[in-house]
Design a protein around this ligand. Structure first.
Ligand SMILES: Cc1ncc(COP(=O)(O)O)c(C=O)c1O
Length: 357
């Protein structure tokens, strides 16, 4: 095997929720640990899936229908779109396309773990630039770029902090990045963003051939289990990524679901609005208890805990609530909680309050 694998651990997806429910003897598990959409998905998706018949046939390998639909939705040419089996796979495709063992990537420290993981598999070095008050230190990231840098990963909004990079900063950053270095902006939580100065990156792919924008159907669209996401980039870049992408990566079911999901923007608007209210529930709880937190733009919130984080997670677990321990994410003093329905949020906040009191 590759030597680097000795230093890596497979991703731990945790116990089966149903087993956990039986083990804990609780009525239900509220899973607020994976930033899934607690409102499910659009009824248009379930309707489209229930009438789908051709599972004996490979998906449209060229992804023509779904690519066309996404291209129309984001207003780009179909040649600018590449489909992935979720963004996890897209991160793998991008890493495999650009990285070799003499290369490096630059990323924030704390950010989504998959960028570093995939870079290591390709044998590349990972240069981490600490966040500044939860924000990407874009100048620090630029300073970290050297002649071996192939990719700068920018997670916007950032997981796990939920912080975002405003438009002005994004634009001046893109101007300064050397043109031979790819900038990959991961916008997995794009649909939840309410900040009015959030950058509109998609039209920039024509101006900056070194820019790739990533979006997913796993979060606001509620299709995490189906595995479908996409990259938007200059056609020349898409042509290279295409060589790495497996022909039938996202399943035919995921294509059908994603197309139906895009037709229900009302569902997205509703989820966004409920999420904004849910975040407000957590913000006021944090303020009441003087807990430090980042004003998230995603469907999750990172909260600093005065107690040991393992104890907090265990306490909530016994009540049937799963949250993400910061210990796994590189911020051992905090928990990351997915914003759920208002009842779920109330329940989780109620238990946290009980514990803190
Ligand atoms: C920032 C970010 N990028 C990418 C992903 C992967 O998403 P998926 O593979 O489900 O599209 C996640 C999932 O949590 C994420 O938080």
């Amino acid at each position: 095997m590759k030597e680097v694998l000795q230093t890596l651990k497979p991703y731990d997806t945790g116990k089966l929720r149903d087993n956990l429910r039986k083990e804990l003897e609780v009525e239900s598990i509220i899973a607020l640990n994976s930033n899934e959409n607690q409102y499910g998905c659009s009824p248009k998706v379930t309707e489209a899936l229930s009438s789908f018949q051709n599972i004996n046939i490979y998906s449209d390998g060229g992804d023509k229908k779904i690519v066309k639909k996404i291209a129309e939705h984001v207003n780009v040419h179909p040649n600018n779109v590449l489909i992935g089996a979720g963004l996890d796979e897209m991160i793998q495709i991008v890493s495999r396309t650009f990285l070799a063992s003499e290369d490096n990537i630059v990323q924030a420290d704390l950010t989504f773990g998959e960028y570093a993981y995939q870079a290591k598999i390709e044998g590349a070095e990972v240069k981490k630039v600490p966040l500044q008050q939860g924000d990407h230190d874009l100048n620090g990231m630029l300073a970290a770029v050297d002649e071996r840098t192939k990719i700068i990963w920018v997670c916007n909004p950032n997981n796990p902090t939920g912080t975002y990079i405003p438009e002005d900063d994004s634009l001046s950053f893109l101007e300064k990045v050397p043109e031979e270095v790819m900038v990959v902006v991961d916008e997995a939580y794009f649909e939840y963003v309410t900040a009015t100065n959030y950058p509109n990156t998609v039209p920039l792919i024509e101006k900056y051939p070194n820019l790739i924008v990533l979006r997913t159907f796993s979060k606001a669209y509620g299709l995490a289990g189906l595995r479908v996401g996409y990259a938007l980039a200059n056609a020349a870049v898409v042509n290279q990524l295409m060589k790495i992408k497996l022909p039938y990566n996202a399943s035919s079911l995921s294509h059908v679901a994603a197309i139906a999901a895009l037709d229900d923007q009302r569902f997205i608007e509703k989820c966004k609005e409920k999420n904004r209210k849910g975040l407000a529930q957590y913000f006021s709880f944090c303020e009441e208890f003087a807990l430090s937190y980042y004003p998230s733009q995603g469907n999750f919130i990172l909260i600093e805990m005065p107690q040991r984080v393992e104890e907090v997670c265990q306490f909530l677990l016994k009540k049937g609530i799963l949250v993400r321990s910061g210990v796994d994410l590189g911020v051992p003093s905090a928990i990351r909680v997915t914003v759920g329905t208002s009842e779920q949020n109330e329940k989780c906040i109620g238990y946290l309050r009980e514990m803190l009191q």
